[in-house]
Structures are given as structure tokens and as C-alpha cells.
Design a binder for this molecule. Structure first.
Ligand SMILES: Cc1cn([C@H]2C[C@H](O)[C@@H](COP(=O)(O)OP(=O)(O)O[C@H]3O[C@H](C)C(=O)[C@H](O)[C@H]3O)O2)c(=O)[nH]c1=O
Length: 188
């Protein structure tokens, strides 16, 4: 297993060791002991799966209170995945990092509590599978605009397909202060 630090502290990429044989392949999609060496002790309480057709963009989403850390991967197709630091008081507030996740590269991406997350499907269909460190709370579910000019995220698409909720999402600057995570995120 290879752990790759990104240019946004806290967000890491994990490339699992893949065991191939005449039957196909096997890899550990998550192993907490092997991540402990990178200061992580991840406990997941919910798993999600979504399927998106090419050009669908889901995001930028976060939960607050009751923030969710996410360990995300793609089991069919390919996505361009982005994490944004929206923790008030963070030295990297407003910074983002992106990674291509695919069934082919088998990469996993750890997005800590307090970050906003989103992705756009690059393949005909992208099946996205991820684990969360907190359960879903519709009242805490929140989002910011995918194309917020203050974030200047370099999305590989210009006219994505959005849910009505995402199409109506506010700019980061317009989010009430008490609706944004606080750095450091307590209980994380
Ligand atoms: C997230 C979630 C949703 N739902 C229900 C609520 C809606 O009726 C339906 C679709 O929800 P939504 O449109 O928010 O799904 P996504 O746009 O894929 O949202 C997710 O996509 C981005 C990329 C994320 O990082 C989050 O995990 C999550 O916000 O599923 C649930 O029942 N449980 C859940 O955990």
C-alpha cells in the first residue's frame, strides 16, 4: 500500500497493493492498521454508493455539525474528485486539491472532517463507493457552489449536470459563519 500526501494537508491518497492471479485480482479497500502509521485512526459508521453518468457533478457537499470524514473510491469508471478546506480558522481555508479516481487506478482518497467534497463523472458511468466517519444527518447536510469563483476550482468540465440542490448552492462567502466547520474540527 502506498500513501501519498496531497498538496492540501490532511487529504491523502492511498494506492492499495493489488494481488493479481489467474482468477482476477484482490486488494484491501481499507486497512486501519496500515493507515495508523500516517497518524490516522479511522472508524467508519456508514457506507454509500452512487452511480453517475458522464458529466454529472455531485458537490460541493459537507455536514456541519456532525462532520463526516470520507474515504472515497470508484468501482466502475472514472471521476475527477475534489476536496476543499472550509474549516474556519484553518491555515489552508479555501484551498482545494483534486485527484482522478478510477476502477483502473484503484486509488482511495481520504477527505477529513470539515472539508467539502465533490466529483464529476468522466466516464460513461461512474460508480462511486465511500465510507463515512459519521452517519447522514439531513439537517446538517450542506453545500457550496461547485464553481465558486473564490475557490477557482479547475474542474475539467464547464457545463455539468447538477441536482436542483447543487444548482442552488450558495457561495462560500454567503454561508452563515455558524454553518461552517471550525478548525480544528473537534471530535474528529
Ligand atoms: C448523502 C445521503 C443522501 N441520502 C438521501 C438524500 C436524498 O434523498 C438522496 C440523494 O442525496 P444527494 O442528492 O445529497 O446525494 P449526492 O448528491 O450523491 O450527495 C453526496 O455526494 C457528495 C459528493 C458527498 O460527498 C456526500 O457524501 C453526499 O452529499 O439520498 C441518504 O439517505 N443518506 C445519505 O448519506
Amino acid at each position: 500500500m502506498k500513501v501519498i500526501e496531497t498538496d492540501l494537508p490532511g487529504c491523502i491518497v492511498v494506492e492499495p497493493q493489488v494481488f493479481g492471479d489467474a482468477r482476477g485480482f484482490f486488494f484491501e479497500s481499507f486497512n486501519n492498521d496500515k493507515l495508523a502509521g500516517h497518524g490516522l485512526d479511522l472508524k467508519f459508521v456508514q457506507g454509500n454508493v452512487s452511480s453517475s453518468s458522464r458529466g454529472v457533478l455531485r458537490g460541493l457537499h459537507y455536514q456541519w455539525p456532525k462532520p463526516q470524514g470520507k474515504y472515497v473510491s470508484v468501482i466502475e469508471g472514472e471521476v475527477w474528485d475534489v476536496a476543499v478546506d472550509i474549516r474556519r480558522g484553518s491555515p489552508t481555508f479555501g484551498q482545494w486539491t483534486a485527484v482522478v479516481l478510477s476502477a483502473e487506478n484503484k486509488r482511495h482518497f481520504w477527505i477529513p472532517e470539515g472539508f467539502a467534497h465533490g466529483f464529476v463523472a468522466l466516464s460513461e458511468r461512474a460508480v462511486f463507493s465511500y465510507l463515512c466517519t459519521a452517519t447522514y444527518d439531513a439537517k446538517a447536510d450542506a453545500g457550496i457552489r461547485w464553481d465558486d469563483p473564490a475557490l477557482a476550482i479547475d474542474w475539467p468540465v464547464t457545463d455539468p449536470q447538477l441536482s436542483d440542490k447543487d444548482a442552488r448552492a450558495p457561495l462560500l462567502a454567503d454561508v452563515a459563519v455558524d454553518r461552517l466547520p471550525v478548525y480544528p474540527v473537534s471530535g474528529a
